[in-house]
Design a protein around this ligand. Sequence first.
Ligand SMILES: Cc1cc2nc3c(=O)[nH]c(=O)nc-3n(C[C@H](O)[C@H](O)[C@H](O)COP(=O)(O)OP(=O)(O)OC[C@H]3O[C@@H](n4cnc5c(N)ncnc54)[C@H](O)[C@@H]3O)c2cc1C
Length: 427
Amino acid sequence: MKKVIIIGGGLAGLSAAAHLSKKNFKVILLEASPKLGGRAYSFFDEKPQTEIDNGQHILMGCYSDTLNFLKIIDAYKFLNIQKILEINYLAKDKNHFRLKAPNFIYPLNLLFALFSFKELNLKEKISLLKLFIKIYFTDSEKLYGMTVQEWLKKEKQSDKAIRIFWEIISIGALNTSTEKASAKIFCDILKEIFWRDKFSSQIIIPALPLSKTFCEPASDFIKSNDGEIRLSEKCIEFVVDKNRIEKVITDKNVYEDFDFVVSAVPFYALEKIIDTSFLDKQPEFHYSSILNIHLRIKENFLQEDFYAFYDSELHWLFNKRTHWNIVISNADKFMQMNNEEIFNLVFTELKKFIAISDDDILLYKIIKEKRATFIPDDFTLKHRPSTETKVKNLFIAGDWVDTKLPATIESAVRSGRIAAEKIVFNN
Ligand SMILES: Cc1cc2nc3c(=O)[nH]c(=O)nc-3n(C[C@H](O)[C@H](O)[C@H](O)COP(=O)(O)OP(=O)(O)OC[C@H]3O[C@@H](n4cnc5c(N)ncnc54)[C@H](O)[C@@H]3O)c2cc1C
């Protein structure tokens, strides 16, 4: 049985481990922290008195690698899958509205949904539909050099259409302002979401906390295939000789008996383990933050599973039934504020959207993720390294590797699957 050491127990590492276990490789996964999941995990917290996610994660029907991974580890059953694309918006002064695709022939159902969007006037709807259709035929490579904002303006999208539709997707998927994000990757994800099939645009929410959805089933699967997971073991160095890793040195062990190594740590962590000049491209990542505010409410009067805020610094509200989870993407400006300042700001804003008073909030918990995702600008996209490296027995995974996707669960899981396939091929 060939042996693979995997460094990093985030979703990229777990995906590589699951795929390799399935192909009868002996996997040893080393994770520096005492828990699996990396940037996607959950824990029990006293404040909302329930298990909460470090940050709400949503998946989409187009996340084919993630859905396949969840099937492999027998966790697909833990997903809440929308039957049809539907977004409920919270608007100021409680004028709420929704975007809902009817359940008839795809893609006519999507075009119909956009055309019946009451919030936009006829001219805005026609421009929106024109661009929506044009995306199908667009060669996204030609969009290099333009930001999302520049592209949308060039395509005559009104400010309102940008705020109500395009920005919700752009900030949600790219976690970056439309002024910074590359139009190229935005066009790519729009094709994935809307132009693949009917299922692709459906929003999927884990029904269980993240660690129960991803980490525990993955861990069970790996262990049941003779794999090992070693937590609280940090990789310190790869000793390379003649373009092969000869030793993996951790803070607890020195490993010499292995056939392949998968690095599934963020780029900034890999730089501490090895001189990264062996990668085929030299990346430079800048990161963007995400803020999650968990509120325990006296009486939960919201009906839907989630809402998008229209025209607000708040982006999403997820109704977890035991509590509400408010998400602010692209949240760098909040990172320097203290929790009380953040809460006051968020609560003042929330009151403009829903009828809620100070007495309704029992407890709150704020989680800041400073380096949540890398910023997908043109330079970064062109400098993402590939899975294979000059070091013959080392393969790279992680949401930052060149999967052509933004930093998402799907990118992480796909990168892990690709690393596993390369190992199977090179075996
Ligand atoms: C708050 C938040 C919300 C998000 N929302 C969404 C969403 O809605 N949808 C979506 O698709 N994506 C979302 N993402 C992005 C998604 O979580 C990430 O893209 C994905 O989890 C990255 O996985 P990864 O395995 O590549 O990296 P990581 O999760 O960073 O995993 C790397 C692992 O390596 C470990 N490690 C580091 N150094 C070492 C070392 N030297 N030795 C051993 N182990 C080491 C780390 O401890 C970590 O566990 C969100 C991210 C955040 C933070």
